[in-house]
Design a binder for this molecule. Sequence first.
Ligand code: PEP
Length: 250
Amino acid sequence: MRKPILIANWKMNGSLHSNQALLVRMLAKLRPFRKTIDMAICPPFPYLFQVRDLLGYTGIALGAQNASRATSGAHTGEVSATMLHEMGCRYVLVGHSERRALYHESDDDVAARFQQVLSAGLIPVMCVGETLEEREQGWTMKVVQRQLQMVIDQCGMSGLAGSIVAYEPVWAIGTGRTATPEQVADTHRAIRQFLENCETGAGQSVRIVYGGSVKAANAAALFSSPEVDGGLIGGASLQADEFSNIGAAL
Ligand code: PEP
């Protein structure tokens, strides 16, 4: 039985003042779901400390939006997975499409970051997904398998089996355009089959969440398939009502 998980990716948004106001409202609204679903908030790095304190003993986990591929040293501007562990993080997003597209993170970079996250004792949330052009060419699974295979090659199947996979079609992230529930279910099923082919049992045990313009209004439909174990939520995680109503749909 896979426990659903709801992950908030705040991206590069927030301030000390707005985070406090948002979390106070959000925590009150999320209270009813705390036992039935896992939840995590991934704020920008400078706010990890603040968010960790506000989450306190709610059981809602702290996450980060990325981690360096290096362990320490001369890597100005980078943040290591060990530092994130020290700050109280439990999850780290790896390979988000904005990182791949805007900051040129290759599959190799993503796998190296994934390895660092694992080594620090944290849970990677491995983001995979195709562009619109790739979907239209019928290459969705070819792309997703390539992204997953690089992690398997560098970190082993046991590494991937200990992670969460986030299927996020690039064309649906921050665009207001969502995949259909059928597209989501089909792709999740295909990812599960791929994982199962790599290691018996992995297809059934790994949580696969969907991300891409999820809102309260479409969450129930997108999460309706048993293949979907939760959501990675960007824009809508900045609104307490929207985010908690998405949680109610899980
Ligand atoms: C994301 O940033 O991972 C995401 C899914 O964003 P949005 O919900 O805004 O599409």
